[in-house]
Structures are given as C-alpha cells and as structure tokens.
Design a protein around this ligand. Structure first.
Ligand code: FAD
Length: 261
C-alpha cells in the first residue's frame, strides 16, 4: 500500500508532527511505502496566484478556473503542483495530519487543495448531461483511493458531540470530507481526532499514538463514510437535489449520508 501523509504544522517538534512520524514509521514497519508532504518545511506557497499558470502572459487577466484548465491540460503548471498531483496518483491512502484551527484546516493546507486540485484533476472532470453531472461526489480522478483526516483539537470531545456548543465534529469536517475528498472520488474514512490536545502529556500521547496505529492496521478494510453518490439515482440531475423520498427524517449535511434512510 502506498500512503501519502500531508502534514500542516509549523513546528517539527509538535504533536501533529509526532503523530505524522508515528504513522509513517508504523506503516513502513508493516511493509508499506510512505511519502510525506511537510507543507511548512517545504515552504509550500499557500496562495493560488498567477505564478501557478506558466502560460499566462504578463498583464493578462487571471481567470483562475480557465487558467488552471489550460495549465493542467498543456503541462504548464508550476512544478510543485504536478509533483503533488503525481503523489496523489501514486497513493492508495491519503492522510491529512493537522491541528483544528478556527474549526477548519490551517490556511497552508487549504492552499494545498486550492492549488493542487487543478481543473481537470480535482474538479471539472466528466460530462454534464441530463443523467450525469460531472465525475464528482463518488466519481473522479481519485476514485479507488482512501482518505482520512487525522486532527488534533484543543476542545473537549463533548464540545464536539451531538449537543456540543462547537457543533458536531462530523458537520465541521463535512466541507473537507465531502467537499474536497469525496468530491474527486476518495472513499472517506471516519476522522481520527485527538481532543484536548493542548493538555496532552506523555501518557496521553502514547494512548493517541497507539489508537492511531490500531486504525491504520485495518484501514484498507474499514467501511468508509457512506456518502451518497451523485450520479447513481439518489439525486435528481441536473438540479442535484436529493430525492424527496430519501433522508426524510434528516436535514442539513446528514441528508447526504446514506446510513439510515
Ligand atoms: P503541541 O502544542 O505541539 O502539543 C500539544 C501537547 O502535546 C503539548 O502539551 C505537548 O507537550 C504534548 N505532547 C505529548 N507528547 C508529545 C510528543 N511526542 N510530541 C509532541 N508533543 C507532545 N482548537 C479547537 O478545538 N478548535 C478550534 O477552532 C481551534 N482553533 C485554533 C486556532 C488557532 C490559530 C490556534 C493556534 C489553535 C486553535 N485551536 C483550536 C487549538 C489547536 O487545535 C491545538 O492547539 C492543536 O490541536 C494542538 O496541536 P499541536 O500539534 O499544535 O500541539
């Protein structure tokens, strides 16, 4: 199995870096291949800008979707974009290791998605017709691969529970899990979350590292979150609305998970 770990933390001595190293070491001991994209260490530029698109003439208006489409299709992207796309193609499993910052991923990781998910790679794939609305939400360039968020949070588990003041962790992570991972085809696994991370002591780290190790030991057999696939009958096309006979007792993000109705 090939695993790509993307780490978003500014300090190599951090808890997040330690968890990334632990995961890599454990997977390698089990005979798997691992690549690490350490975003801060590599000086990853987080901002999508005209430097990403080598075909743009000086002074030419930047229209990001169009520029991304041309650069990707003609091999004129900034080299680091093609390198990260190649790593994604290589990987069977993607692990994103990051601290929860303002209820989402750190900006540098958001910038990794914005830049690496080119038009024609992360989105803008497949035909649009009366029965099929692009290769997305369960189909796409990254179909057949698995992805898991490994997140540390300062708050308590109860703060992120069904009645917790922060909102349920499944909802907070939905835009990443569903919107950026399921969208281009990943099978998305339940997140691995370490709560009260700032208070963690050595024993807490051992417990967290061993829980992560256990997850990774069986990760290729774990059932993914059953997000509904867009082009397989649950949604009207082209409006992309869920059929009214499905998800009756639900609302919001939970409508798009097919584990009950
Ligand atoms: P570190 O500070 O590196 O370490 C945390 C603890 O783990 C330390 O006590 C350290 O000693 C200990 N530790 C134990 N073993 C090890 C080991 N082997 N290696 C390294 N450390 C070890 N929290 C929320 O819940 N929601 C938010 O929306 C949120 N927003 C934030 C926004 C910002 C800008 C910031 C800075 C923090 C925010 N936080 C939030 C808190 C944040 O999620 C935590 O600070 C973070 O998850 C801790 O991870 P770390 O890698 O930075 O921990």
């Amino acid at each position: 199995m090939n695993t790509l770990i993307v780490l978003a933390h500014p300090d190599p001595r951090s808890l997040n870096a330690a968890l990334a190293r632990h995961a890599a070491a454990m997977l390698e001991r089990a005979g798997h291949s691992v690549q690490l994209t350490d975003l801060y260490r590599s000086g990853w530029p987080a901002l999508l800008d005209r430097g990403d698109f080598l075909q743009l003439a000086e002074g030419e208006r930047l229209r990001p979707v169009e520029a991304s489409s041309v650069a990707y299709a003609t091999g004129r992207q900034a080299p680091e974009l093609a390198e990260e796309q190649a790593r994604l193609r290589w990987a069977d499993l993607l692990i994103l290791q990051f601290p929860l910052w303002w209820f989402s991923m750190p900006a540098i990781l958001k910038g990794w998605f914005e830049r690496v998910y080119a038009y024609g790679f992360g989105y803008g794939v497949g035909e649009h017709s009366e029965t099929h609305w692009g290769d997305r939400y369960g189909e796409g360039m990254l179909t057949g691969k698995r992805a898991m968020l490994s997140v540390t949070a300062g708050g308590w588990a109860s703060h992120y529970g069904p009645r917790g003041v922060n909102g349920p962790i499944e909802d907070l992570l939905f835009p990443i899990n569903h919107g950026t991972l399921f969208y281009p085809g990943f099978d998305v696994l339940r997140p691995f979350v370490v709560y009260r991370a700032d208070k963690l002591d050595a024993a807490g780290f051992e417990a967290a590292a061993s829980a992560l190790e256990q997850r990774l030991g069986t990760i290729m057999n774990e059932p993914p979150i059953p997000y509904r696939r867009q082009n397989h009958g649950d949604y009207h096309i082209p409006s992309c609305e869920l059929r009214t006979d499905l998800g009756k007792e639900r609302s919001g993000f939970a409508l798009h998970v097919d584990d009950a109705t």
